[in-house]
Design a protein. Sequence first.
Length: 359
Amino acid sequence: MHYKEILEKAYQHKKVLLTGHTGFKGTWMLCWLQQLGAIVKGYALTPENTNDLYNLVKGDELCDSEISDIRDKEKLSKTVTDFQPDFIFHLAAQPLVRRSYEMPLYTFEVNVSGTAHLLESLRELKKPCSAVIVTTDKVYENKEADYAYKESDKLGGYDPYSASKAAAEIVVSSYRDSFFNPADFNQHRKAIATARAGNVIGGGDWATDRIVPDIIRSLQKGEPVIVRNPGAIRPWQHVLEPLSGYLLLGARLVDDPVKYAGAWNFGPAPDDVLTVQELVDQAIYCFGKGSYTTALIPGQKHEAQRLQLDITKAKNEMGWVPGMNAHTAIQLTVDWYKEAAPNNALDIVREQIAKYQSS
């Protein structure tokens, strides 16, 4: 990763507020920021399970962790004001499509109102700050076609999760235009960008209704993997890929807060896409044993069949490119689950980050 020095220079000894730090992506981000020498304040809910990655890496020892709800505007504002961050990475979310069908109102409250609460808290901060608001690749109005979505394409969302993240993008755009306009940066000194990525895989994810955790649970039990949508195409990427994009984007916002304020896609190379079935086949191969079966789940809700991102903007304007292909990402992910134990989870995370940075 040719921008390692950029990240070290940007984050060493800087104060970083990380929302959603107890989640899967948040924990990987926390470990990376800690390795870069950042002073991290976490703000999130308690991990759902004792075997969540945050607990395995002893996340409380890596940051000042505040267990609070992103919907609590007063608590969040006090946290921002007291901590005085140089950077904010907003990862707190209800991140699951199928759960959004079960809990639509909660999904909109967390993903839309929670984002607005963070931005409103940022208005009250009287110092320079760069903020990266993480949404998803699913913010686009999906045409279910062989098409890679660009940042300028129309937003939409069939399911509540996708719609809530598209709405969050509109909220960010409104706050940026109204209160953090790049043309007036010297007055407010806030640089705001959104990052769109998704279908992230990596070690330590145990979420329900995510394909890799489902695969690993089945393989470890010696049971066939149940595949819901074998032909669905997704922009699979290892968790370190989008996180490297978020970190680089934060650094670029400091360098040029006008140029880099806006929306950015982070995904795999155009020719590096796999179907769900191909992902499962590769995971079983890497695991060394196992099988799968396709099944139609009764009452199964709509999920997009085809999704691809155009990363030309990030490549040409930011200098960000993917560091590994899907097959390498799957191998690295399965290796983590085969090797990790409560006493070495953090070591493996750190090793994989270090290897990624040096590649």
